[in-house]
Design a protein around this ligand. Structure first.
Ligand code: ATP
Ligand code: LTN
Length: 337
């Protein structure tokens, strides 16, 4: 039997601790996680097993993982309301991923946009993990009987694949084997664009670092990067993703941070120049990130305390993950130990 539905719906999400986190990760993911934490039973992770699909320097991976966790907490993730943990601390993720490897199809995995994109950059030797990556993500989600998965637009396809897998296995082993999850895409900033090429999404691993705002960037770097941001031909400050992707991106960033409507922002810039928009967007971003950076630095200065927090999170997460994996093993026909 699936565990009885908890009174609050379950949410789970994660970010890969590859490189430094960006403003895209913050607005597309973390800021929404914070908003959701009171109304849902939330699980938030640093997905280091996913990060390992691309070669990582061991010291950098460790630092990036601590930094991601510190940024989650500094952004307002409340440990009273959420289970916060590192993916590799819970062995059941890799175990369930194997079972999903035996139920996912080559065809559906080869259709994943992220795989096509990342494998095309991987050179001659494409790691198998890059291909099966979505099955590990499905395992993350299904282990916690998750109802909603808050992610940016780019991850919607992976959540849809998770739904297909859950339904497929429910068909084989009973309807209550897995909860079928739904993606939860934020209404604004679902796709923060690269400042230099605003038709591409802002990414941690972008070739030109000047197109991404990293959450650890200094105020001067933030100003410089926004000053150099690509704007569009014409003069009018109007939200039009098709014809004015650069300007629209800056408006979206402001809207996501301040909560102001797009129309109100457009009205505020009526008759003003692109320069005003760039300087003021930089200012809003600096104000938002400043306190988070300060708090994150304080947390990072005490690794013993961070380790304690992660141990506590792992214990909570493991208790749930064990129950789900045992349920699946039993359904599949494995002898229970
Ligand atoms: P990488 O460049 O290393 O592939 P990434 O920057 O795309 O990584 P992920 O770890 O893949 O980041 O994504 C973590 C979360 O942040 C996901 O929910 C993803 O949808 C969201 N996210 C990432 N980039 C953006 C963006 N530019 N706009 C909105 N959301 C984003
Ligand atoms: N693939 C996601 C990160 C991720 C995730 C998850 C997101 C791994 N497991 C589970 C939501 C739920 C990405 O953003 N690249």
């Amino acid at each position: 039997m699936a565990t009885p539905a908890p009174s609050k719906k379950v949410i789970l999400s994660g970010i890969q601790p590859t490189n430094r986190l960006t403003l895209g990760n913050y607005l597309g993911a973390i800021k929404n996680w914070v908003k959701l934490q009171k109304d849902f039973h939330c699980h938030y992770m640093a997905v280091d097993l996913h990060a390992y699909t691309v070669r990582q320097d061991p010291e950098a991976l460790r630092n990036n993982t601590y930094t991601a966790i510190a940024i989650y907490i500094a952004s307002g993730i409340d440990l009273e309301h959420c289970t916060l943990f590192v993916q590799s601390h819970i062995p059941q993720h890799a175990q369930l991923a194997w079972l999903l490897n035996c139920n996912g199809y080559m065809g559906e995995l080869s259709r994943m946009t992220q795989y096509k994109d990342k494998s095309s950059k991987a050179g001659a030797n494409i790691p198998v993990g890059l291909f099966t990556y979505p099955l590990l993500m499905a395992a993350d989600i299904l282990l916690y009987d998750t109802h909603l998965v808050p992610v940016g637009d780019d991850q919607k396809q992976h959540v849809e694949l998770t739904r297909d897998l859950a339904q497929r296995m429910n068909g084989l082993y009973g309807d209550d084997t897995f909860v079928v999850p739904e993606p939860y895409i934020p209404p604004v900033a679902a796709r923060v664009m690269d400042l230099l090429s605003p038709t591409n999404k802002m990414s941690k691993s972008a070739v030109n670092e000047n197109g991404s705002i990293f959450l650890t960037d200094s105020p001067t770097d933030i100003e410089k990067k926004f000053k150099r941001a690509e704007t569009d031909s014409g003069k009018e400050i109007r939200h039009d993703r098709q014809n004015k992707p650069g300007v629209s991106n800056l408006i979206d960033i402001q809207a996501a941070i301040t909560g102001e409507s797009i129309a109100a922002i457009e009205a505020r810039y009526d008759g003003k120049m692109y320069g005003h928009l760039k300087v003021e967007t930089a200012e809003i971003v600096k104000q938002e990130l400043g306190p988070i950076q300060k708090h994150a630095q304080e947390l990072l200065a005490d690794k013993t305390e961070l380790d304690r927090i992660l141990k506590q999170g792992a214990e909570k997460a493991r208790a749930k993950a064990e129950v789900t994996l045992r349920r699946v093993h039993e359904r599949i026909g494995f002898i229970m130990s």
